[in-house]
Design a protein around this ligand. Structure first.
Ligand code: PMP
Length: 422
């Protein structure tokens, strides 16, 4: 790829310094130096419409979060072994958004750590070690959760204690059988002498290809794992904090109460802060035999960032905004899909959208075309990515402040990229 000298040099230095495990987005990687609202700016000042970022969910560098972080960083920024109001106010405010059964919050710095902690708690509470996930799940980077993240590929083998179930895809009928599949996976674990400990699900099945509907699949799955002696963990790292428009948390759309809920990414709008909410009784066995200390988890600056995020979500009505803008955007994408045989199902809720890219005759997944669209849009200064086991589902997940005008801009560029790649 022909990169300008400065960017070519950055790529070479990354390879030399960070090694081969890292992947950059896009054939021509971006060198982003500034963000504001839904826009990212490269080193030359070129603006890109960010239609992918769920970290900067309130918009990049939201002034309210920036101010809260700066103020707290100038006052106290240290480890978490002193009394401090911030973490408690955050716990109260977060727990108030969750069902009353979830009475404790524990803080971490990343979603991976939150899921890892959830696993440790589940193992301690159930005495089991068996875990059930979806076929292309991603739950994080630690040794514990990488072993239950099949989307990392064959180089990261699943643990012997892990079983997978197909994501609830209504086009394949696996939505109707989802609970039964969980029950069968739990039975298979038991048959191998492994006691089931947990079912852990991303409640929008993002890495499986975005399956937001129907919303009656989680309850039977939770019932099945509980019947087998395990716990239900909702991974809200992707759908949480109002993104689906319909609810603050993805599991609420399914009318089910998890035993634990992990969250992260948009929680600090760019500041690393994550958490696990749980039923208090689950911590009893764990807390009795072990102590938990996370140096930075729930530190004063993290708490200030997360509180500012909760304030801003409410003050700007972003969940309702995501529902409204996302609903129209999805309808417009569906209309486009109906006109273009290379596009298939358009799925999603609020501002979490997935668009299938298919080979027109066979209707088979077309990852090559999806990659051409993603890279074409990047050249047209619109940023998205692709997901799913075949990499053929366009993943459109902009900051929640995305407007109707931003959606119109997106659609115009999308159509021109599609016509240019005929
Ligand atoms: N769970 C899900 C569903 C995720 O998408 C991610 C991050 N992509 C994680 C967990 C891990 O979060 P983190 O990268 O903050 O460790």
């Amino acid at each position: 790829v022909d990169l300008p000298p400065r960017e070519a040099d950055l790529v070479a230095r990354r390879q030399a310094l960070l090694g081969p495990a890292y992947r950059l987005f896009y054939e021509r990687p971006l060198h982003i130096v500034r963000g504001e609202g839904v826009w990212l700016y490269d080193a030359d000042g070129t603006a890109y419409l960010d239609a992918y970022n769920n970290v900067a969910s309130l918009g990049h560098c939201h002034p309210r979060v920036v101010e809260a972080v700066a103020r707290q960083a100038g006052q106290l920024a240290t480890h978490t072994r002193y009394l401090h109001e911030g973490v408690l106010e955050l716990a109260e405010r977060l727990l108030a958004t969750l069902p009353p059964e979830l009475g404790h919050a524990m803080f971490t710095c990343t979603g991976s750590e939150a899921n890892d902690l959830a696993l440790r708690l589940a193992f301690a509470a159930t005495g089991g070690t068996g875990v059930i996930v979806t076929e292309n799940a991603y739950h994080g980077v630690t040794m514990g959760v990488a072993a239950l993240s099949p989307s990392l590929g064959p180089g990261v083998p699943l643990g012997a204690h892990v079983r997978t179930v197909p994501a609830p895809d209504p086009d394949k009928g696996t939505d109707a059988t989802f609970g039964a599949a969980v029950a069968a996976a739990a039975a298979d674990l038991a048959r191998h002498g492994i006691r089931p400990a947990a079912l852990i699900l991303d409640t929008v099945f993002s890495s499986d290809g975005v399956f937001t509907h129907p919303t009656d699949t989680l309850a039977p799955a939770a019932a099945a794992i509980r019947a087998a002696g395990g716990l239900f963990i909702a991974d809200e790292v992707q759908p949480g904090f109002g993104r689906t428009g319909e609810a603050m948390w993805g599991f609420l759309r399914h009318g089910v109460v998890p035993d634990m809920v992990s969250m992260g990414k948009p929680m600090g709008n760019g500041y690393p802060v994550a958490a696990l909410a749980l039923r208090p009784e689950l911590a009893e066995r764990f807390g009795a035999g072990a102590r938990y200390f996370n140096t930075f988890g729930g530190n004063a600056v993290a708490a200030a960032a997360a509180l500012a995020v909760l304030d801003t979500l409410a003050a700007e009505g972003l969940q309702a905004h995501a529902l409204k803008v996302g609903g129209q955007f999805r309808a417009d994408l569906s209309a486009l899909s109906a006109r273009d045989p290379r596009l298939g199902a358009v799925r999603g809720a609020g501002l979490f959208l997935g668009v299938e890219v298919l080979e027109p005759e066979s209707r088979a997944p077309d990852a090559g075309m999806a990659a051409r669209i993603v890279n074409g849009l990047r050249e047209a200064r619109v940023l998205i990515s692709a997901t799913g086991p075949h990499g053929h589902v366009l993943k459109i997940r902009p900051p929640l402040v995305f407007s109707d005008a931003n959606a119109a801009f997106f659609l115009e560029r999308f159509e021109s990229v599609l016509s240019a790649s005929r």
